[in-house]
Design a protein around this ligand. Sequence first.
Ligand SMILES: [Zn+2]
Length: 335
Amino acid sequence: MSTEVVYLKEHINHDSSGHPENAKRLHAIINEIEKTFFYKDLVFIDPKILPEEMLLHVHSDEMIQQVKDISFEGGGWIDMDTYVCEQSYDIARLAAGGLVQISKDVLKGKADNAFALVRPPGHHATKGRSMGFCLFNNVAIAADEIARNGKKVLIFDHDVHHGNGTQDIFYDRKDVMYQSFHLYPHYPGTGDTSEIGIDPGEGYTINAPLSHGNGDKAISTLLDKIFIPISHQFKPDIIFFSAGYDSHNSDMLGGLKLTANFFGKIVAQFQDIQPKIVCTLEGGYNLDWMGKCIVSQLGVMTKQPMNISDSTVESSNADDIIATLKSELKNHWVL
Ligand SMILES: [Zn+2]
């Protein structure tokens, strides 16, 4: 039994103090993991850089060139939210490269499961645009690499924001399924229940937009009624988690009410479908809590579960969304 962790130490050179997506995030996570009794059992590896040509499988030439140019000019901003530092072009390729590496190790059975502690995050980066703190779409690059070798990939996104970039990249494909719950309306504005994919990909994008106050109970029901039954029928060869912790009840950029233990429970439910699980860090901005949420997942992945004291009040439910999704998806899945 082994859990591989790729930790991108160079992430410190992609930093903007005062910006929520800063280098302190990974430091807080590592500090929390170091305190656990399973820390000694984790197999840490260094990432290898992703070759430039592999970015082109998922992103446009112009978009890659833009990140490269701003990096080489010493840094700047792609949009109001998204910064690039002098070394960001390389760091973003190390983040994606690290995720590709561990996902291949899990697929081959070299590791049972794995976690990518990397930044910048990726799920908002579309085919042609870096945005929302994301330069390149790490999870999409890794999922595409595995799918082009004939495997079926499920991406489950538990970030509070919709992963519009990942959806965009796989919207017409049925070899990579994208599932997400997210706060709605909220940035980036996409992720309605009616967005279910097109052409061969119709039915392979599943979105559950949730109102403020939804938490563990609502998402448990969604898992039981929608996400898990569809995943069983899809039969993925590997499962990626776009692991965002801004859905935790304390997050300043959020509005959902998940508790720390619940992040581990989500992983446990998907393990029954496919134990080959790879998580990659997306959002999460409360430095006191995101490490605890990750520890809850790593506890499940290493079979040494932790119980983290955390409670909140949930004030809504997902019953309407479940009914709508059943109707939207009835031609594709038995629900
Ligand atoms: Zn987010």
